[in-house]
Design a protein around this ligand. Structure first.
Ligand code: GCV
Length: 722
């Protein structure tokens, strides 16, 4: 009996020891479990010299000491000045930095840092230094990452400078704590308890962000509520800004264009009206009284029902410039979104001249609208206005070609907007690592200034000399204990930050370091889990929208397949608008014979994608309506290839499941089981997608699903009814 009790005791104890709820993200700092490496690190790190007076240096020092003591499993000598220190941290002047790293041309800017091994008094020391406090903070996180990922720290020579100035999370969080397109619980901003109650998350949130280089956050939804601009809420916003400040995270808010009416008692929000302009000026002054380093406004205007300047016959530039004028004296910026697809009356004249599946076959292809509206405004914006463009022309699909706006506005800084939250990527039940998606867009060649004019170089300002540069990611964070609901959702937050810092990192490299910090450095685990991550996006594309299909998910909620939907309020909310399947074939003709959206790209890109022989097959149905029996490069017909892709997608999810099963002994039980259960759901959803889409498209192709493939277990009516 006693023996059994002991066994049960140890079982429970073991389970608790290994349980890990994911709250600590990638900042776990557990003692290094490789004894020789631990000893090696302990030999090198004998003490820390870190004079810290500013709030940023104080938090950096705490992070370094907590991190190193956790990783090394021992107390360290920490002092402002001491001889035994082997890790020396601080801000140095640029000339001193140049002399240390022997490079006079280097400019670390206000966020860059270096980590070098240097002989001082005949002994090797590690210097973590920068020209600014925030540079030191970033350097500290990088140094900790080296240890967390078991890298050598013997001869260090690292210089790191961010490529993009403003690296910003966009929260689509409403004041009632519902997160639009959020799948990880409620908003982490507890407005009710603010400003008095500072949740521990408000500290761990900027810590996590700073560790990956994020330096700004838009707290509120772009579908905005003007209330956040009232005194009551500004006090709450200020409380958050105060906690974020040491971590170098600036706060931004969304500005509802009708705020002067909603909360200001004015009769109009016309951007050229003097009272309106004065109202915004005063409002902005008031905001800076509360938050002296306020970042600025993010604005969604005249899109999906949001008010905007066009409601008063004014342009986007009129609206943005009015806000920019109010913000300029405080060095604030306006980030104005290009995600617009309300058709202004002036563009409507040619619409609805044809019908498709009983719906208007609009010549105003939604693909073209952002470009049509913003390109003519290039050069009309104030210096402190940037235009935020979604990575693709439609809306965060599993795969999109890059937006033709990138490269088309040389006189206006363009901000990249990625969506980290998985609105169209299976939401929080699907394991999808997004770095390959981000990279595909950043690496795409616009040819705007010849070969090599990649999107990343538009965004970082190097092609057009933008004075302000930024990258935004729509957050996937909520108040679920592990922040992102799916344990692997954390990887997408992480990858966004790392790629915004430096888009040259590879998805594999980022996955590798995330896995090591978040789970274990065990190579067997890291290699297998990395394979899962790296194939996951292509897998999802295969079972959802292969070969360039897009926007065929359930209308409204965007969950699950619904390619048959044809009755949504606007033509371009219907999946049938996008896939255009008929008895001849499938796909959206965007060549000159169709909507001619391809004309918005540079001639090199247009030529490549316009010709079916040179168009990458992954974009085929984005740009072409192709016959069902068209011969693909594989030798299969289009229909067969479609079947092949859908089935391959499901097979890959099954492979992911089996691979994960094999990792059981390397992962704590809690997260192992979470992922295991979620993969089982993902498998069911992949089958659902495959069967529903193929059965539906088969009603047009009239071709059989190849006999060697497993048969759909239900008929089309069943899937339509789900
Ligand atoms: C915040 C898509 C989403 C909306 C989102 C919109 C946008 O349409 O479905 O929820 O609104 O994009 O980016 O503004």
């Amino acid at each position: 009996m006693k023996k059994i009790c002991f066994a049960v005791y140890f079982l429970i104890r073991g389970a608790t020891l290994f349980a890990e709820d994911g709250y600590r993200l990638w900042l776990r700092y557990d003692k290094i479990d490789n004894p020789s490496l631990l000893q090696h690190y302990r030999n090198i790190i004998s003490g820390i010299q870190f004079p810290a007076s500013s709030p940023t240096l104080i938090v950096a020092k705490k992070e370094l000491v907590d991190g190193l003591e956790g990783l090394l499993g021992k107390k360290l000598n920490v002092a402002e000045r001491q001889n035994i220190a082997s890790v020396r941290v601080g801000t140095f002047s640029m000339p001193l930095i140049n002399s240390i790293i022997k490079n006079d041309n280097l400019n670390l800017g206000n966020e860059g840092f270096f980590i070098v091994t240097k002989k001082i008094n005949g002994k090797n020391n590690i210097l973590i230094a920068a020209d600014s406090d925030m540079g030191v903070l970033y350097g500290v996180f990088q140094f900790l990452r080296l240890l967390q990922t078991h890298q050598s720290i013997e001869k260090l020579s690292i210089i790191s400078i961010p490529k993009i100035q403003n690296r910003i999370l966009n929260h689509w969080d409403n004041l009632n704590r519902i997160v639009e397109r959020g799948y990880a619980g409620a908003s982490i901003w507890n407005w009710h308890l603010l400003p008095g109650y500072i949740d521990k998350r408000y500290i761990d949130y900027p810590r996590a962000n700073a560790s990956i280089g994020i330096n700004g956050t838009v707290l509120t939804n772009v579908n905005a509520n003007a209330l956040v601009l009232t005194k009551l809420y500004l006090e709450k916003v200020a409380a958050l800004a105060n906690v974020f400040r040491p971590y170098h995270i600036k706060v931004y808010l969304t500005a509802r264009f009708s705020a002067p009416i909603d909360i200001g008692g004015l009769k109009t929000a016309d951007p050229l009206n003097v009272d309106v302009r004065n109202w915004w000026k005063q409002k902005v002054d008031e905001i800076y009284n509360y938050i002296p380093d306020f970042g600025g406004f993010l604005v969604k205007a005249n899109s999906e029902g949001q008010p905007g300047p066009q409601s008063y016959g004014r342009t986007h530039a009129d609206g943005a410039d009015m806000l920019a004028d109010a913000l300029a004296p405080h060095n604030g910026i306006v980030i104005w979104r290009a995600f617009v697809y309300d058709i202004p009356a002036t563009q409507n004249t040619n619409a609805e001249t044809q019908t498709f599946a009983g719906l208007p076959y609009s010549l105003n292809d939604r693909f073209k609208q952002a470009y049509n509206e913003f390109k003519p405004l290039d050069g009309k914006f104030r210096k402190n206005v940037s235009i935020q463009v979604k990575n693709g022309p439609i809306d965060f699909q599993p795969r999109e070609p890059f937006s033709p706006l990138f490269g088309a506005m040389p006189q206006t800084p363009l901000v990249m907007e990625f969506q980290i939250t998985q609105e169209y990527l299976g939401q929080a039940t699907n394991l999808v690592y997004e770095a390959p998606l981000f990279k595909e867009c950043l690496d795409a060649d616009t040819y705007i200034k010849g070969k090599g004019s990649i999107v990343a170089k538009v965004i970082d300002g190097s092609l057009e000399n933008y004075s302000v540069t930024a990258m935004s990611g729509v957050a996937n964070i909520g108040n679920e204990r592990n922040w992102t609901a799916h344990p692997f959702g954390q990887a997408n937050w992480y990858a966004f930050g790392r790629l915004a810092w430096d888009y040259n990192f590879s998805p594999a490299q980022v996955a590798d370091e995330w896995l090591r910090q978040t789970f274990t450095n065990d190579l067997h685990f890291v290699e297998a889990a990395k394979k899962i991550m790296l194939m996951s996006r292509e897998t999802l594309v295969n079972y959802m929208t292969p070969l360039g299909l897009h926007h065929i998910m359930g209308t409204g909620h965007h969950y699950g397949p619904a390619p048959w939907v044809s009755n949504a309020g606007r033509a371009d909310w219907n999946p049938v608008y996008y896939h255009r399947a008929d008895s001849v074939g499938i796909g959206f003709d965007r060549t000159e014979k169709g909507s001619n959206a391809l004309s918005q790209y540079s001639v090199e890109v247009k030529t490549q994608w316009e010709d079916v022989n040179s168009c990458d097959e992954k974009y085929l149905l984005w740009f072409h309506h192709m016959p069902w029996n068209y011969k693909m490069r594989s030798g299969k017909t289009l229909w067969e290839e479609l079947c092949y892709k859908y089935y391959a997608g499901v097979d890959s999810v099954r492979w992911m499941q089996t691979t994960w099963e094999g990792l059981k002994n390397y992962v704590d039980i809690e997260r192992f089981e979470q992922v295991q259960m979620l993969l089982a759901i993902q498998e069911k959803e992949a089958v659902w997608w495959r069967n529903a889409c193929l059965l539906y498209f088969q009603t047009f192709s009239k071709m059989p699903i190849p006999p060697n493939y497993e048969k759909p277990d239900h008929d089309l009516e069943y899937y339509k009814a789900l």
